[in-house]
Design a protein around this ligand. Structure first.
Ligand code: 13P
Ligand code: SF4
Length: 318
């Protein structure tokens, strides 16, 4: 056992000694968010990654996020505390399968552009026309994808369906989903709503339609934070997203109470910890310290990063 406070001190010292900046997603443990130089949603972290001045970046998040930081910083060292931290959405759409499907659509004479959620590998990004996050998807679809093109949206079917609803644009949807958001229990959410009078449900657009239908507010993690902070009256929020999001919400809006929406019940009737992302949970203070100390695991440059960077830059940074 290592004392978290000692680890945090050690990380602070190593950060200076190794000329490193730590970026952390809102879904990692609060204590890692506390030692980070930047915390945020996927969009903000991609933008922050493009502005880092140190020679090393530690990305406390998942693999596709660290890859994005690397493609934006070819000459910097980008470390991911655990290389196994993947993402079910990214895994659902391998680059070779996407390329084969795009080929098939082209052979059928379909005139389309491919819009990818940022939760995809760099290899997939290099095959796409646009990259979106929960924070800018609506704007990109409405304002940047030419109206005369069909849209192939990958890999999140739930975010895609929600975008069809709010933008009115038809899309061909890839059948991927986030393993965390997919398993929220509608029954438990309705029960929690009834037993918490006056509560407000906030949900991430990665949730399936049945959850979004009962939500009072739908938005990515940064928008959730801004929305809750904009309400002064103390309120009880039922939060349908990864449970660590409660930490930045409490920091940004301490006047409220935030209640995590549970995932599905197990056979024994207990709520499982499925509102925690097992990939994000691979990030620990000890692993952040270790990767700083050893200078690995590192994201290696790949030839397709150049093409992926063009798409990311055009979509998110301009
Ligand atoms: P945002 O923080 O961009 O809303 O993304 C949520 C998510 O699932 C990241 O993996
Ligand atoms: Fe991927 Fe879902 Fe985990 Fe985000 S929460 S990293 S979308 S599996």
């Amino acid at each position: 056992y290592e004392d978290p406070l000692d680890l945090m001190d050690e990380i602070d010292r190593l950060k200076k000694a190794k000329d490193a900046t730590i970026l952390a997603h809102y879904y990692v443990d609060g204590e890692i968010q506390d030692v980070a130089d930047f915390t945020g949603d996927s969009l903000q972290l991609a933008r922050d990654a493009a502005r880092v001045e140190t020679s090393t970046i530690v990305f406390s998040g998942v693999h596709f996020m660290a890859e994005t930081a690397k493609m934006l910083n070819p000459s910097k060292t980008v470390l991911l505390p655990d290389l196994q931290a993947g993402c079910s959405l990214s895994d659902s759409c391998p680059a070779d399968q996407l390329a084969a499907y795009q080929k098939k659509l082209r052979e059928e004479g379909r005139d389309f552009q491919t819009v990818a959620y940022i939760n995809t590998s760099a290899a997939v990004k290099s095959l796409c026309d646009w990259i979106v996050t929960s924070g800018n998807a609506r704007e990109v679809v409405e304002e940047r994808v030419p109206k005369d093109k069909e849209i192939l949206f990958v890999p999140d079917q739930h975010l895609g369906r929600y975008l069809v609803e709010v933008t009115g644009r038809e899309m061909i949807l890839w059948p991927g989903s986030c393993m965390v958001h997919e398993v929220f229990s509608l029954q438990d959410l309705i029960r929690a709503k009834k037993s918490t009078p006056g509560s407000v449900v906030i949900a991430h657009p990665e949730c399936p339609q049945n959850i979004l239908e009962v939500a009072d507010f739908i938005g990515g993690t940064e928008r959730m934070k801004q929305y809750c902070a904009s309400i002064q009256e103390p309120t009880k929020f039922l939060v349908a997203t990864e449970a660590n999001m409660i930490y930045p919400l409490e920091n940004a809006a301490p006047q409220h109470e935030f209640i995590p929406v549970p995932g599905i019940m197990t056979d024994t009737g207990e709520t499982c910890a499925c509102n925690r992302c097992p990939h994000m949970a691979r990030n620990t203070l000890a692993k952040v310290r270790d990767c700083l100390k050893r200078g690995k695991p590192e994201i290696e440059w790949q030839p397709y990063f150049d093409k992926a960077r063009e798409v990311v830059t055009r979509s998110l940074l301009q």
